[in-house]
Design a protein around this ligand. Sequence first.
Ligand SMILES: O=C(O)CCC(=O)C(=O)O
Ligand SMILES: [Fe+2]
Length: 202
Amino acid sequence: MALQPLPLEGAELGFDPEWLPAGDATALFGELRAAIPWEVHRIRLFGREVDSPRLSCWIGDPDATYRYSGVRFEPRPWSAALSDLRDRLERELGTGFNSVLANLYRDGRDAMGWHSDDEPELGPAPVIASVSLGATRRFVLKHRREPDRKLALELPAGSLLVMAGATQRNYRHALPRTARPVGGRINLTFRSIGRTVGPGVL
Ligand SMILES: O=C(O)CCC(=O)C(=O)O
Ligand SMILES: [Fe+2]
């Protein structure tokens, strides 16, 4: 199936629920769950540092250092499987990616709170390619100023969601907790990190 546009005013979204064949998605989930050096990232929440409610790993080219929720990450090197995924995404989307944030949601208690991927090093209109594996979870977007503009989307194993254009500028997104019994889920967000432009850097 091809990437289908999702209608949401002021956002630019493309979705393919079956980007990876089911067998490939299952195999990749098992491989990444075992092989990625998962760690608990510390995030800043209301001015305090706390453990994030999920496991994460930042992977990328050596120069792709990244600040996320106020914390700096040096990237781990690409594995063959992740590098192959990156190559396919770059070919199909016609844009470059130098890093990927992998997140492991062990069960329904693991989640990601409301945020935008709008750090300056991502640039003003980042293309973010999000590949989901494992359990289906609900992903939600809401406009920063217009409460009626929102979207909820189930992200099944093997799906690809692309966020581009003004999506990060206009919208926040989240992966809410769920009381339903769900298994593990891995999400990979491929990104392109530039050099931070600002005081003290150039
Ligand atoms: O797990 C997801 O689907 C969302 C992940 C996300 O928003 C992020 O990594 O910035
Ligand atoms: Fe995000």
